[in-house]
Design a protein around this ligand. Structure first.
Ligand code: PLP
Length: 400
C-alpha cells in the first residue's frame, strides 16, 4: 500500500520553484540578482491598516473567531461589493479565508466530483489547474493568443463547454498577462454562459484596483445579473492594500455554496487570523484614496517596462490593461544561442540562461501554460526595472 496519497501524483510541483531556487543560490554566491518574479506590491501596508492590526491585538481580538469571518468584516465586504461592483450580498453570502487562495481552494473542494471539468483560459495563475486536480476535478485549459491580447473568445468558450463542465474560471486583470476584459468582451462570454445553465462562474477579481488609463474593471455578475445565482466572486486585500502577508481573501455567492465552503474550512484551518480580519475591516472601510495614485504608479512602471522590452531584439511585449505583470513573447528568440553558447530552445531555457548570464530572474511561460513567453513582475523600483531591462537587452543582442 503506497504511503503517499495518489491524488498528489496528479499534482505537479511548482515549476516556478526551480527559477526561485536558482536565483537564491546565485544571490547567496554574491551575484547581483534582480528579481522580477515577485507577485506582490513592493510597499508596506498603509499605516491606518497597520494601526488597526495593532489595535486588534491590544483590544484582545486574539481568539478564535467564527469559521468564515467576523460579522464586522462580512459587513465591510458587503459594503465593498455594493460600492465598487453594484452587487447586493448579505453577510450569509460571504466567506472569508486565509487569502484568496484558500477561498478558491475551498470552492473547488466543496463542489468538484470526479470527472467534473473546469475551464481555465491559458496562460493562467499557476495554482488553478493543480487546485482543480487536488479537488478531484479535471482542468480544461484553453490557450489564448498574443494576437487577441490573451483574451478568451466567445467561440473558444462555447467550444470548450461539455455536459461535464462545472465551472468557468475567469481572471481579469490576469496574472500572468495583465490582460483585462472590457465590459463588451466580458458580455460576449457571459452571453455564452447564459446558453449553458449548468455552468457556474468562479471569478478571481484580485487585481480589480490595479487598472490603467480608461480601462474600467467589471465582473461577471455585474455584467450579466442573471448569472448572480451561479457566480462565485472572489477577491481579497493582498494586492490592492499591500497585505499579502496578512492572508485575507473573501468570496460572495449563493448561500448553499458559501455554507459548503465553510464546512471545508471548518475541518481544515478554521478562521483566518483574527488580527488580520480586523486589519481587513479597516482596509475596506477606511480611506480608499491611495488606490488611484497607486494604480498610476504601476501604470508608469508598466509603460517603462513595455517600452524597454519592445526595444529588445526578439521580444514582443503587448501593453496590458492592469495588474503588475507583462507577458512578452520570445518566439523570435527560440532556436538561437546565447552569447555564452546556450541553446534557447524553450522559454525555460531562455529564463535559465537569462538568470545565469545576467542575474535577472523572470518566470518562464510554460509555468503558466503558454509558451514561448516569460512573465515580468514590475512591482519593483524604477531603477531596478531600468537596470533589469538593460541587461535583458544586452542578453537579446547577444543571441545568434
Ligand atoms: C490571480 C491571483 N489569484 C489569487 C491570488 C492569491 O492571493 P492571496 O491568497 O494572497 O489572496 C493571487 C496571488 O498571487 C493571484 O495572482
Amino acid at each position: 500500500m503506497p504511503f503517499l496519497s495518489a491524488t498528489l501524483d496528479r499534482v505537479k510541483p511548482s515549476p516556478t520553484i526551480a527559477v526561485t531556487t536558482k536565483a537564491a543560490e546565485l544571490k547567496a554566491a554574491g551575484v547581483d540578482v534582480i528579481g522580477l518574479g515577485a507577485g506582490e506590491p513592493d510597499f508596506d501596508t498603509p499605516a491606518n491598516i497597520q494601526a488597526a492590526g495593532k489595535a486588534a491585538i491590544s483590544n484582545g481580538h486574539t481568539r478564535y473567531t467564527a469559521v468564515d469571518g467576523i460579522p464586522e468584516l462580512k459587513q465591510a465586504i458587503c459594503a465593498k461589493f455594493k460600492r465598487d461592483n453594484h452587487l447586493d450580498y448579505t453577510p450569509a453570502q460571504i466567506s472569508v479565508g486565509t487569502g484568496g487562495k484558500q477561498v478558491l481552494y475551498n470552492a473547488f473542494m466543496a463542489t468538484l466530483n470526479p470527472g467534473d471539468e473546469v475551464i481555465i483560459p491559458a496562460p493562467y495563475w499557476v495554482s488553478y489547474p493543480d487546485m482543480v486536480l487536488l479537488g478531484g476535478g479535471t482542468p480544461v485549459c484553453i490557450e489564448t493568443s498574443l494576437e487577441r491580447n490573451f483574451k478568451l473568445t466567445a467561440e473558444q468558450l462555447e467550444a470548450a463547454i461539455t455536459p461535464k463542465t462545472k465551472w468557468f474560471l475567469f481572471n481579469s486583470p490576469s496574472n500572468p498577462t495583465g490582460a483585462g476584459y472590457s465590459h463588451d468582451e466580458l458580455k460576449a462570454l457571459t452571453d455564452v454562459l447564459m446558453r449553458h445553465p449548468h455552468v457556474w462562474v468562479m471569478t478571481d477579481d484580485m487585481y480589480e484596483h490595479l487598472v490603467f488609463g480608461d480601462f474600467k474593471f467589471c465582473t461577471p455578475a455585474e455584467v450579466e445579473p442573471q448569472l448572480y445565482d451561479r457566480t462565485l466572486t472572489v477577491n481579497g486585500v493582498s494586492k490592492a492594500y499591500a497585505m499579502t502577508g496578512w492572508r485575507i481573501g473573501y468570496a460572495a455567492g449563493p448561500e448553499m455554496l458559501i455554507k459548503a465552503m465553510r464546512k471545508v474550512q471548518s475541518q481544515s484551518t478554521s478562521n483566518p487570523c483574527s488580527i488580520s480580519q480586523y486589519a481587513a475591516v479597516e482596509a475596506l472601510n477606511g480611506p480608499q484614496d491611495f488606490l488611484a495614485p497607486n494604480a498610476k504608479l504601476f501604470e508608469r512602471r508598466r509603460d517603462l517596462v513595455v517600452n524597454a522590452l519592445n526595444a529588445c531584439p526578439g521580444i514582443t511585449c503587448p501593453t496590458p490593461e492592469g495588474a503588475f505583470y507583462v507577458y512578452p513573447s520570445i518566439a523570435d528568440c527560440i532556436g538561437k544561442s546565447s552569447a555564452k553558447g546556450t541553446l534557447i530552445d524553450t522559454d525555460e531555457a531562455f529564463a535559465t540562461a537569462l538568470l545565469e548570464d545576467t542575474g535577472v530572474a523572470v518566470v518562464f511561460g510554460a509555468a503558466f501554460g503558454l509558451s514561448p513567453y516569460f512573465r515580468v513582475s514590475y512591482a519593483t523600483s524604477d531603477a531596478q526595472l531600468t537596470e533589469a531591462c538593460a541587461r535583458i537587452k544586452t542578453f537579446c543582442e547577444g543571441l545568434n
